[in-house]
Design a protein around this ligand. Structure first.
Ligand SMILES: [Zn+2]
Length: 62
């Protein structure tokens, strides 16, 4: 196994999918590779949290 360079779906930047992360994904049974860099994932996570806080009675849809 070796590090893979992937392109972020959101910002178009390249990011590294490290061996450690690949092993983690495998361990969890994830088939897909990450589509976004860490920065964009964190951004989306923060946005989702904010939305949930604003409309807590609406179920969160991806
Ligand atoms: Zn990105």
């Amino acid at each position: 196994m070796e590090d893979k360079v992937l392109v972020c779906q959101d910002c178009g930047k390249e990011f590294v999918f490290t061996v450690g992360e690949q092993m983690f994904y495998k361990e969890k049974g994830f088939d897909n590779e990450p589509k976004r860099c860490k920065e964009c994932r964190d951004k989306r996570k923060a946005m989702r949290r904010q939305r949930e806080a604003e409309a807590s009675e609406t179920p969160a849809v991806e």
